[in-house]
Design a protein around this ligand. Structure first.
Ligand code: DGJ
Length: 589
């Protein structure tokens, strides 16, 4: 049941009336078959998101120059930071005036926000904590790392072992969430909050301070071993089980970190992951109690093998780092995912910042255990924009969010076109994500010269196998992106450009499989506040290569000097096609 704002009740056990909301009246996650969707005002919502530069949201005045451009880029949700130093400049004195102005600005433009809580941790440092925290090293001790030559260096990073720090952070975060509840729960401008940002330790695989050294020598907390051992092996993250095959034989409460995670710096990393996740959960739990909208944290990914990165000539280090400390040690990377899951029940999911990794591999890793996929940071260029089709399509993402979006004019941004098409089809995509996510396949084709092996995307839907290839042209083949949605009985919606679809039958008895009928579709208002598909051109002949495959052309197909214009440029970028198979008897031959 959805309860609207007017039916809320209130409590008087506080100095001011705090409305009690049923969970369903505020943004929340709803379970689907194998994931979850974000529910806004009772309906699933697809976040076509972008992340602002770190400082943008700190000024409502600056944001007034940003909103329209973001609307023009077809973005419906912006991720932006709210920092501890900004809301609690003096201990115990909270100031939300600038944030409120920002939220009002967002509402004016019908824009949603995901707030990034830059509290104790931002990119493995504590640069966003208030001045009174930074200076008070007695109350808020720091992490110390060991440099080459065994020199111990003080980091600008709060100790994750410091209860005073997580208590103070949790207090500030609670104030923020309480304020959001009062200021925003009737509007749901703010959809979710990210708790901290890219946590971990850089420069060493673990903290070398006295308290860390002492705790590191103690047995691994028994609950961690017991809880991890109670997870079915197939439900543990494959990256964890592969690294720690012996884990099931450990005796809870007996082995130290080094004994439990004996390979390389794994013990250091697991130790940091345990304590940082515990810290983040303290903060998240306090905030969630105040206003229970979805909470998550993001991760600076590691890599094991630099050759699998999508670098295009950049040095591998931009891909994240291969050893704990070169990337933040203790963050929720795939091989510490299970430690984080055990320790952070107040977070709804863990989210990957995905710039240079194999996009599909990371989508798989972060949909493990039925997690909804949300990509808070990714590339904002064409390469990044194309990949969101895979996230929204195959992996039923609730959102993907190119980073540094506000400094890109909408007219020059690749996001504008991709999000425009996704936005027009969002009700169809959301319906499938909720009911039959296996009916959707997203894909992309990069510029041909960037692609060593020509990608082919294939899946069997019911009685048809769909093969998606780069769209054929006589000249230079272009890039492409899109998704296929199976509507049942061989009927498919094709969305996107730069690809072609071939149908075949997995049944060896089929003697012919081809296209029965195909039409261009246009999205129009249905007159009842929704969208519907209206039929346009009937596509046949050259447009289906005389029945061989269905072409979804590029904007400007390159004829390569071929004198006959056989390929049309893309139109609405939406088509419906029906496939069919024949099963002939011998006498039919
Ligand atoms: C990752 C961080 O999470 C973002 O806040 C931003 O700093 C980007 N890196 C780009 O530097």
């Amino acid at each position: 049941m959805v309860i609207n704002a007017e039916t809320r009740t209130s409590t008087s056990n506080s100095s001011y009336d705090i409305p009690i909301m049923t969970e369903s009246s505020i943004p929340h996650l709803r379970r689907t078959k194998n994931s979850s969707q974000l529910i806004l005002n009772g309906k699933p919502f697809l976040m076509l998101a972008g992340e602002l530069h770190n400082s943008s949201l700190s000024s409502a005045n600056f944001m007034s120059t940003v909103w329209q451009n973001m609307k023009d880029a077809n973005i419906n949700t912006l991720l932006g930071s709210v920092t501890w130093e900004m809301i609690e400049p003096v201990e115990g004195q909270f100031d939300f005036s600038e944030l409120d102005k920002v939220i009002l600005g967002a509402r004016e433009f019908d824009m949603h926000l995901v707030l990034l809580w830059f509290g104790s941790f931002k990119n493995a440092l504590s640069t966003y904590v208030p001045r009174w925290v930074k200076r008070d090293v007695k109350r808020f001790p720091r992490v110390h790392v060991s440099e080459a030559g065994a020199v111990i260096r003080t980091e600008e990073l709060l100790s994750p072992f410091c209860e005073a720090a997580w208590t103070a952070d949790a207090k500030a975060f609670t104030a923020l969430m309480t304020h959001l509840k009062e200021f925003d729960s009737k509007h749901s401008t703010v959809l979710m909050v990210q708790v901290e940002n890219e946590t971990g330790v850089l420069g060493d695989s673990r903290d070398r301070s006295n308290i860390a050294n002492k705790l590191f020598k103690e047995p691994v907390p028994a609950h961690l071993i017991t809880q991890l051992q109670s997870v079915q092996t197939e439900d543990l993250h494959p990256c964890f089980s592969t690294r720690h095959p012996h884990f099931s034989s450990l005796i809870p409460g007996k082995s130290t970190w080094k004994e439990s995670f004996p390979v390389g710096p794994d013990a250091d990393e697991a130790f940091m992951a345990y304590h940082i996740s515990r810290y983040v959960n303290h903060v998240a739990t306090a905030g969630k109690a105040a206003y229970p909208i979805p909470l998550y944290t993001n991760v600076w990914l590691n890599f094991d093998d630099p050759t699998v990165l999508d670098l295009q000539g950049l040095p591998p280090i931009v891909g994240g780092g291969s050893s704990a400390g070169a990337y933040p040690s203790g963050g929720p990377v795939p091989h510490t995912f299970d430690i984080w899951k055990v320790n952070t029940p107040s977070l709804d999911f863990l989210a990957p910042d995905l710039y240079f990794h194999d996009y599909e591999e990371v989508c798989k890793q972060y949909t493990h255990a039925g997690q909804p996929l949300f990509i808070p940071e990714q590339r904002r260029d064409e390469r990044g924009a194309r990949r969101v089709w895979l996230a929204y399509g195959t992996y039923a993402a609730i959102g993907a969010s190119p980073f540094g979006i506000d400094s890109l004019p909408a007219k020059d941004s690749p996001i504008t076109k991709h999000y425009g098409l996704l936005n027009s089809m969002s009700s169809f995509i959301l319906e499938k994500q909720a009911t039959n996510p296996e009916d959707v396949m997203g894909f992309f084709f990069d510029e041909k010269e960037d692609t060593a092996v020509e990608p082919v995307w294939q899946r069997t839907f019911g009685t048809f196998t769909v093969t998606v290839e780069r769209s054929f042209v006589f000249g230079k083949p272009g890039p492409g992106a899109g998704m296929v949605i199976h509507q049942g009985d061989g009927n498919f919606l094709l969305i996107g450009w730069g690809f072609q679809v071939v149908f075949s039958s997995p049944d060896p008895k089929a003697t012919f499989t081809g296209i029965l009928y195909s039409v261009e579709k246009e999205i129009v208002d249905d007159g009842k506040g929704g969208k519907m598909l209206k039929t346009g051109r009937v596509l046949n002949g050259d447009e289906t290569r005389s029945g061989e495959f269905m072409i979804m052309p590029n904007e400007e197909p390159d004829y390569g000097g071929f004198p006959i214009a056989v390929t049309i440029p893309c139109g609405t970028m939406i088509a419906e096609v029906e496939a069919y198979s024949l099963f002939e008897d011998e006498e039919d031959f």
